[in-house]
Design a protein around this ligand. Structure first.
Ligand code: ADP
Ligand code: ZN
Length: 741
């Protein structure tokens, strides 16, 4: 018998014969072109086939492409390497190839790197582990040990069971089972591979309010039309958007099409999978970073074979090889978690639009606070705009008030204004839940020496170290560097002079415990509860009312339903506003709106309080008045006037190196060499606001152009003409950037 790998390969090729054919192969590496290989005459490998080929001195798996980049350049056939094997998996659909090419061109990434995203399920290409079980055959012999007897009792129903399961049920060791197999009483039987459950579009059909009916009608019409369209499902928190788009999902399933639901933070949205199951009677396949390798392989294959009817996934699920995708829903479409920044830097929501366009099927974008981009598309009529203006429960949105920190100051060293404290007291008196939100992990963002004024910085980043008192460390949030909390100033050596400045979530928790010693406090922060399981548990406790005061970072903003929550306090409403980011206002608005929207979702009305130094700021005004349209009008006007997205496009080019001068010189050279073009502006280079991360100096260029300009062509011509970056110099191109730090 050969190795298990042998069974994988249709044929193993030895030497090419004269009839060998040339085929182009794209490899999942940082290369933008296909390479020709020879396919032995006795092997079939139509375009899309996954093949194993020699590459350098290793073997790699790639995909037979349907267009060659080497066709004309004719490398002598005799010098071509030979395909080693064809993998026994469904071929990559042509649509996936086109999508890979499109994403690569748009993001200025090598095609191979996009293909790599499409192949990130290594176990799909391995032979499935044969699963054997055992079954009772014939009559068991007389005179058995009690253990064996118990096994027979259990197995008497004739079912096939895994050995371990049978052993557990009969309370014996697997050795007992093996003994019975050896004596011929039990036989090994191959277990059928469990199939994915099939969601039933008609499992539960509810009743809807008139606004929901209208939206459902609109979405179903899009699905029925069976062609590309984008619908923006714009409904306030609790308006029942999920229930609405589930009806569109049902319609697509009914038509036999595959459905993909993208969520920003899927690992935390365990409630979502359950909800899907309740509606459709069967769970959807899941695809995100916490899905283990074996399951990834299974889902990948099921997407390709069509067995997976519905997938719930993070942004990377877009790159699954769906055989017949017919609907994508992007929930919380405004969420910046859809943007990937490393390697291929893409905006998942935008690429979902592209994918739907290529597949000629409808797309639904859902949010309570849609992005400015989507609002503009809705206003210009490119997207169908479906609004849900009321909560399903009939409950009004919370009444939100500003607490002006200039006049209503917290006591020294405290972070909660007297007004907010007394509101929490009242709320607790009524037996209702309160939430305090601060988007900052740790205890304090800065540690300062009272004696010499020294601020403790990260040795490899231009950032302060954040105190994490619970873990007894100062930590850098950019590189993970940490040290124990020092007793004396690292600079002047004064003992006991270090003071924590500013609040982080742990410090707010400390204040809450002091002020409300009897309250049951729950803290939600990714660093205090690193495991998803624990986080889910705490979320569950909060939902069941087992906490009086919840303190959380942005984790709490993400679509959780806390029925007993009636008061939300934003500790620092101004936190996101100071950043060098064209979307700062938009993002602050979205975040504050989403967080305050957690209040009062069940029977009781909710209230929100935003502590701010800027009560007149348009974002605060919009949050307080609830006048979203006025905010949008203003924000859209500002963007238009400045030609910022979505009216103009931005591309960030980040040049980094260990030696500052190298990064700076290259960035300057790049700017000098930028080809003059009428409507394209190249700004910078400028030192990035985070000038150093992990010891690498960072310089940024920003390219700005009107939407109609083919910026990719411009960039490609420009960047290709620049000298190859040498040494550790790195150039990262980010089309449609969301990060300006
Ligand atoms: P959104 O996604 O807009 O925040 P959800 O879809 O989560 O809103 O709905 C809010 C709450 O109202 C949920 O508890 C949901 O189960 C309930 N709900 C919404 N629509 C219906 C409906 N048609 N029938 C029954 N319950 C509904
Ligand atoms: Zn650092």
């Amino acid at each position: 018998m050969g190795s298990p790998l042998d069974s994988l390969f249709a044929t193993s090729a030895a030497t090419p014969d004269a009839d060998g054919r040339r085929i182009p192969v794209l490899l999942p590496v940082a290369l933008d072109q296909t390479y020709d290989y020879l396919l032995p005459a006795d092997i079939e490998a139509p375009p899309g086939s996954f093949v194993l080929v020699p590459f350098g001195n290793q073997q790699r798996m790639g995909v037979v492409w349907d267009r060659s980049d080497q066709g004309g350049k004719s490398v002598d056939s005799k010098r071509l390497k030979v395909v080693i094997a064809v993998m026994d998996v469904p071929p990559l659909p042509a649509l996936s190839m086109r999508f890979a090419e499109w994403v690569a061109r748009y993001t200025l990434s090598p095609r191979g790197m996009v293909l790599r995203l499409m192949m990130s399920a290594s176990t799909a290409f391995e032979p499935p582990p044969p699963k054997f079980g055992v079954q009772l055959v014939g009559e068991p012999p007389h005179r058995l040990t009690p253990g064996r007897q118990r096994v027979i009792e259990v197995a008497r129903d004739g079912q096939v069971r895994a050995k371990s399961a049978l052993a557990a049920e009969a309370a014996v060791s697997t050795a007992v089972i093996d003994g019975l197999v050896a004596s011929g009483t039990l036989v090994d039987v191959e277990l059928a591979r469990p199939r994915l459950p099939v969601p039933d579009p008609d499992h539960v059909t509810g009743s809807f309010n008139p606004a929901q009916e209208l939206a459902i009608h609109g979405l179903q019409a899009s699905v029925d039309a069976g062609s590309f369209s984008v619908s923006l499902l714009d409904g306030i928190t609790g308006s029942g958007k999920t229930e609405v788009y589930f009806e569109a999902v049902a319609r697509a399933l009914l038509k036999g099409r595959q459905v993909l639901i993208l969520l920003p933070e899927i690992a935390l949205t365990s409630g979502f999978a359950d909800r899907f199951k309740r509606r459709f009677g069967a769970g959807a396949a899941e695809w995100h970073s916490s899905v283990g390798p074996a399951e990834r392989g299974r889902v990948w294959l099921a997407a390709a074979s069509g067995e997976a009817r519905a997938v719930i996934g993070a942004r990377s699920a877009l790159f699954l090889p769906f055989s017949d995708l017919g609907l994508i829903v992007v929930d919380e479409e405004h969420d910046t978690a859809f943007k990937q920044e490393d390697r291929v830097s893409y905006q998942g929501r935008d690429m979902a639009v592209v994918r739907a366009h290529m597949g000629n099927f409808p797309l639904v974008l859902a949010s309570a606070t849609p992005s400015i981009e989507s609002h503009v598309n809705a206003r210009t009529g490119r997207y169908r705009h479906l609004k849900l203006g009321e909560r399903y429960s009939g409950q009004l949105l919370p009444d939100v008030q500003a607490i002006d920190l200039k006049t209503d100051q917290p006591d020294r060293g405290r972070w909660l204004a007297p007004r907010l404290v007394s509101e929490i007291v009242t709320n607790m008196g009524k037996g209702e839940q309160s939430l305090l939100f601060l988007n900052r992990r740790g205890y304090a963002p800065l540690t300062l020496c009272r004696s010499c004024g020294h601020r403790i910085q990260c040795p490899q980043c231009s950032a302060w170290l954040v105190e994490h008192r619970f873990r007894q460390r100062l930590t850098c949030h950019h590189c993970g560097f940490h040290l124990p909390i020092p007793e004396k100033c690292p600079k002047c050596q004064t003992v006991g002079g270090l003071v924590a400045c500013g609040p982080g979530i742990e410090r707010v928790a400390e204040e809450v415990r002091e002020r409300f010693p009897d309250a049951r406090v729950a803290i939600l922060s990714s660093d205090l509860t690193p495991s998803v399981k624990e986080l889910r548990e705490i979320l569950g406790q909060i939902a069941r009312g087992e906490a009086d005061i919840v303190i959380g970072t942005q984790i709490v903003a993400k679509g959780h339903n806390f029925p007993g929550l009636t008061l939300v306090g934003i500790v620092d409403g101004d936190l996101g506003l100071g950043q060098a980011d064209p979307r700062a206002s938009e993002r602050t608005f979205q975040l504050l709106h989403q967080v305050t929207g957690r209040a009062g979702r069940a029977e009781k009305a909710g209230r929100g309080f935003v502590q701010t130094h800027l009560p007149e700021h348009p974002v605060m005004q919009a949050i307080i008045s609830g006048d979203r349209e006025a905010f949008l009008d203003r924000e859209i006007q500002l963007r238009q006037a400045a030609m910022l997205p979505p009216f103009g496009r931005l591309v960030s080019i980040l040049v980094t190196a260990r030696v500052k001068a190298e990064a700076e010189d290259y960035a300057r050279l790049a700017a000098r060499k930028s080809p003059p073009a009428a409507r394209i502006e190249v700004l910078g280079p400028a030192e990035a606001p985070l000038a150093v991360i992990r010891g690498r100096h960072r310089f940024r260029l920003l390219v700005k152009a009107p939407k109609e300009v083919d910026l990719q062509a411009y960039l490609k011509a420009w960047l290709d003409a620049l000298p190859q970056p040498k040494g550790d110099l790195r150039v990262q191109v980010d089309v449609d950037p969301y990060n300006f730090l």
